[in-house]
Design a protein around this ligand. Structure first.
Ligand code: NAD
Ligand code: TYD
Length: 333
């Protein structure tokens, strides 16, 4: 089976390709524009260079070039960082909405047999202290990132309804693990704590996310790919709820770094208070269970960043900073 994974050089994409390649029966092709978040080296030793195609989901000819002859698509390419979407939403609309439609059109044209659209719990908006998102919760996104992902999901489901395209949508909570770009809370905190640099916590740190180890997310996507029902949405996650300040304190403890590194900084605009996922459907219909506890996964992730200095020094290098400064007018990391 020939499987095309878009966004395969990013965080979740590269972990997913690693998982897929454990089964020699799969012919995997990685498709990625290699933006600031995409790193060819994330696939070193996993895929030969000829299986890594640099291309942009916004460009139909490039997408056609890689989808022709493919059986299955796992579409993960996206602009993925909420703070960047607040600074400028246009790249999010272009990649997450226009890019999705290009993927759908070409998938229909070439007769793709299964198309998994990887999405996020953030499309459901924000929760108060109680309750959790089910697949029938209203889609009510708040950030430009979440709105662009919701638009993409709805276009994908519309392609199923209208044309019978075999679409399955997954919506997962906050991931953490190896190869995550250090602009997101967990890797940013680990790298700053390792270097004893101040750690910015937005607002009072009470916002809650439902954390999941990336390997558990990838196993869920694989299960959905194998047995999910087209036209359906599957939530992924549950059981990993922590406030941001709890997450930061846990990392500081693992690294023996002082809590005095924490800096409470002005809150993110429109900051969603809480996400929590009900993944009963995935568990009961497809038999998925998470394997990592939050604590074990976090300790494993901290160890990974401690031993992968060359990786994070490269992604934080001048080239990346120059790209970010040009593209977004900010310096990340
Ligand atoms: P990431 O930012 O690490 O990777 C995104 C990848 O997409 C990068 O390799 C980038 O080069 C590529 N890309 C961006 N624009 C592209 C374009 N126009 N054409 C082709 N490739 C392009 O993101 P991630 O955290 O790995 O997220 C992957 C997917 O999972 C996204 O769709 C995201 O919305 C979704 N998701 C992420 C999380 C999370 O916690 N990280 C949670 C739920 C869902
Ligand atoms: P993030 O990793 O950006 O993921 P998302 O916004 O998609 O949930 O942020 C996770 C949480 O951590 C979110 O509530 C914002 C907060 N946060 C901080 O407090 N400080 C930071 O430096 C970052 C990047 C995030």
């Amino acid at each position: 089976m020939r499987i095309v994974v878009t966004g395969a050089a990013g965080f979740i994409g590269s972990n997913f390709v690693r998982l897929l390649c454990q089964d020699a029966g799969h012919e995997v092709v990685a498709f990625d524009a290699l933006t600031y978040a995409g790193n060819r080296h994330n696939l070193d030793g996993v895929l030969p260079p000829e299986r890594i195609v640099q291309g942009d989901v916004r460009h139909p000819a490039e997408v056609r070039g890689v989808l022709e002859g493919a059986d299955v698509v796992v579409h993960m390419a996206a602009e993925s960082h909420v703070d960047r979407s607040i600074q400028g939403a246009l790249p999010f609309v272009e990649t997450n909405v226009v890019g999705m439609q290009v993927m759908l059109d070409v998938a229909r044209e070439v007769g793709i047999r299964r198309f998994v659209a990887v999405s996020t719990d953030e499309v459901y908006g924000s929760l108060g202290p109680e309750g959790s998102f089910t697949e029938s919760s209203p889609v009510a996104p708040n950030s430009p990132y979440a709105a662009s992902k919701a638009a993409g999901d709805l276009l994908a489901l519309a392609a199923h309804h209208t044309f019978g395209l075999p679409i399955i949508v997954t919506r997962c909570g906050n991931n953490f693990g190896p190869y995550q770009f250090p602009e997101k809370l967990i890797p940013l905190t680990i790298l700053r704590a390792m270097r004893r640099e101040p750690i910015p916590v937005y607002g009072d740190g009470s916002n809650v996310r439902d954390w999941i180890h990336v390997e558990d997310h990838c196993r869920a996507i694989l299960r959905v790919l194998e047995a999910g029902v087209p036209g359906r949405v599957y939530n992924i996650g549950g059981g990993g709820e922590r406030s941001n300040v709890e997450v930061v304190r846990a990392i500081l403890k693992l690294l023996g770094a002082p809590e005095s590194l924490i800096r409470f900084v002005p809150d993110r605009l429109g900051h969603d208070f809480r996400y929590a996922i009900d993944s009963t459907r995935l568990q009961t219909e497809l038999g998925w269970e998470r394997r990592w506890s939050f604590e074990e996964g976090l300790a494993d992730t901290v160890r990974w960043y401690q031993t992968q200095e060359q990786w994070w020094r490269t992604v934080l290098s001048g080239e990346y900073r120059a790209y970010v400064a040009k593209q977004y007018g900010v310096v990340g990391g």
